[in-house]
Design a protein around this ligand. Sequence first.
Ligand code: IMP
Length: 201
Amino acid sequence: MLKELKILFATSNQNKIKEARAILQPLGYSVQQLLIEGAPPDFVEPQTEDIKIISSSKVEQSLEMISGTEFSDFSILVEDSGLFINNLGGFPGVYSSYVQKTIGNDGIIRILEGNNNRQAEYRAYTILYQNGKYFDSLGICSGKISTEIRGSSGFGFDPIFIPDLGDGRTFGEMSQSEKDSKSHRGKSLRILSDELRGPSE
Ligand code: IMP
């Protein structure tokens, strides 16, 4: 396989890898986890509320880690993502992973109890480094936080996230391909793939 078509995803999140594979494989790319000496990269995240800055930092840290290794001329993919709830000033945002681990979906539902404005969005900022060039894209998926946990598909906040462009089901109640066709990650990765292909004549 051409090195350009093999993408090494620098993340420890297996759900992100599974979704990136499902989205990018039909577009002709193979996605594998970047493992250095058997371990995924352990990033130091800068103190910021901007997922673009965190993503940029992840790609630079990855490039440093692979310099001089067998992976040094492979395409590297990074992503930073989160759930941004309007009524909570964008919380949990960049703290999504921590909030998911601590208060979880029950906690978010409790915080929003009695609140009619349940608008939120998932955002994913992805950067792909290939042959000395950076390709980046932001994917946004707007939706609402449900009043109860529904479904067990997907991961993280999916059982409480109802995409606006849907039929009222949460991502947790959808198949993987339905989620991918609407999700922030799906959008972001499809934009990246278009950028990689370049303008069509
Ligand atoms: P990070 O990009 O590693 O900082 O983590 C992003 C966090 O946002 C995840 O751990 C989840 O809690 C949440 N998140 C991002 N994308 C999704 C998604 O597609 N479904 C559910 N939760 C998500």
